[in-house]
Design a binder for this molecule. Sequence first.
Ligand code: FRU
Length: 324
Amino acid sequence: MDSQRRLLVAGLAAVPLAGAAGVLGTLVSASAFGQQKKYRFGFSQVTTVEPWRVQFNKDMKAEAGKHPEVDLVIADAGDRTDKQNADMENFIAQKMDAIFISPKESAGLTGVVEKAFKAGIPVFVLDREVNGNDYTQFIGGDNVQIGREAGSFVVKLLGGPGHAQGNLVEVWGGFGAQPAHDRHDGAFSVISKEPGIKLVGERVDCDWKQDKAYEYMKTVLRVNSKIDVVYGHNDPMAYGAYLAAKDAGRDKSIKFVGIDGLPQEGATWVEHGLLAGTFMYPTPGAEGIRQALKLLHGEKIPKKVTLPTQGIFADNAKAYIASH
Ligand code: FRU
């Protein structure tokens, strides 16, 4: 008799009949004696070249590490929709216990999210939305609200409500991603009430990237002799625009506003006076792990979890960095 069977029989002998099924269940799920059952979680991350994504993976891994029953696999899509679809297909084929996705874009990844969900796998959509309702839960910040707060700050920088005057450049995140549109809509719900603010520059997709924002800003600087504020849809782009202005010798006359507020990035740039302000955009991965475990333990979870934000400015950047 092998050791597993011996243990099983000993267990059965010690427990009255009604408990036998339970003991059997416990022994079967407790693989290799005492090790807990693993939940296999697959996370399809759009990219890891941006610092916010690196932090996102780190936070998610740290949370998964607190739960020995969780086995987390992260696939990096290299910023490509086709690769991200393949990564998702792979997780579906492996019948993961839960799938997480932070998509490159909404349209091109809605189908595969729907496929996973319809296959009965819980699917958690993180940070960027997909279309429709065929997923388990969405977790992310309220980008319209963040945009509104950024818009109010831009108005304040330009003289305050009813008085604001100046030329504004907006640096767009990826057009296919909902946060870019929400950050635009939220900001302009406030900014467009100010007739003294003039939007200059073209609407260009800078895909959240510092180098693309640098190139875009270089062109905008060339054709506009007066720029007062730059609103970037994330900190790397606000910083890229700042670098372009600096290289053109115009950084001192322009104020830069971003979003993300990573302590070692955006918040530090605010502390150093390179950005005038940024807004915290928490990474959603750790909450995703907690929500998935709740669901797998039989709890009801909401369709949407909204993460908080916070403005980071010259007067609180130091304290913010110290506490994060
Ligand atoms: C990283 C990032 C963040 C931004 C988020 C929006 O890829 O660009 O900087 O806040 O994605 O989805």
